[in-house]
Design a binder for this molecule. Structure first.
Ligand code: CTP
Ligand code: CA
Length: 220
């Protein structure tokens, strides 16, 4: 994929992209997170910037390099991501939420390290805010809202439900069980779902997937 092959069709567009996991502390030592590495969201941010967009990348903790010409806002928890995204979203033309946000966090964070005992141990969890749902409910005129959906079964049906429930313009669905898709890989196999359409893409590099998502958003 050559940068010079990309047209500047996103020039003047303000974009917010989220990527990576969130991490929710249990105590000063432990936390709850997931397998997201940030690769898909970072590819989207990189390709969008190369196509001329003004990109803010709200990123959970990842170990990959930030793309050039992108404004990175590092966050850790779902609550921090909510605050960063909702403030950046105010004047955004396009929002793409590739991050794997925690659905639950420990209800209480112990200030001291939790000591082990001989008994079983349970952590009470509470729901985090659904950032994407909030954005859908507060969508500005002409704002394009794109979510991601990770499923292991009933991918299309479950993803379409998320599209409707969160008032999205598009959802990028991927099935964790398909070879070449999912966490940590440099490739992905996704279906772009809108109210009218369902476009299943072949196995592509994450950069190519990013190109195709942005093409679809640009109406190509
Ligand atoms: N998402 C979000 N805030 C959350 C949880 C999810 O913004 N607290 C966003 C993700 O960034 C993604 C989309 O919602 O773009 C779908 O996430 P996913 O985990 O696939 O779906 P959920 O709606 O959380 O439902 P479930 O995990 O039960 O499948
Ligand atoms: Ca979830």
């Amino acid at each position: 994929l050559h940068a010079c092959a990309l047209t500047k069709d996103l020039l003047g567009k303000k974009m917010v992209v989220t990527a990576g996991p969130t991490a929710e502390s249990i105590d000063p030592v432990r936390f709850i997170t997931n397998h997201s590495t940030g690769k898909m969201g970072y590819s989207i941010a990189k390709i969008a910037a190369l196509r001329g967009a003004d990109v803010t990348l709200v990123s959970g903790p990842v170990s990959i390099k930030a793309p050039a010409f992108v404004d990175v806002v590092p966050v850790t928890t779902a609550r921090e991501m909510f605050n960063a995204v909702t403030s950046a979203a105010v004047d955004a033309d396009i929002i793409i939420k590739a991050a794997a946000v925690a659905d639950y966090r420990p209800k209480n964070i112990s200030t001291e390290k939790v000591k082990k005992t001989d008994d079983n141990f349970a952590i009470e969890l509470e729901r985090t805010d659904d950032i994407l749902k909030y954005l859908g409910e507060h969508k500005k005129e002409n704002q394009f809202l794109c979510g991601f959906s990770m499923e292991t079964e009933n991918m299309l049906e479950n993803s379409r439900k998320k599209l409707e429930k969160k008032h999205l313009d598009m959802i990028v669905a991927n099935n964790l069980k398909v070879a070449g898709a999912g966490f940590g890989t440099d490739t992905n196999v996704v279906t772009l779902i809108t109210a009218e359409d369902e476009i299943s893409l072949e196995l592509l590099s994450k950069d190519e997937v990013a190109v195709r998502i942005l093409d679809a958003i640009c109406g190509k």
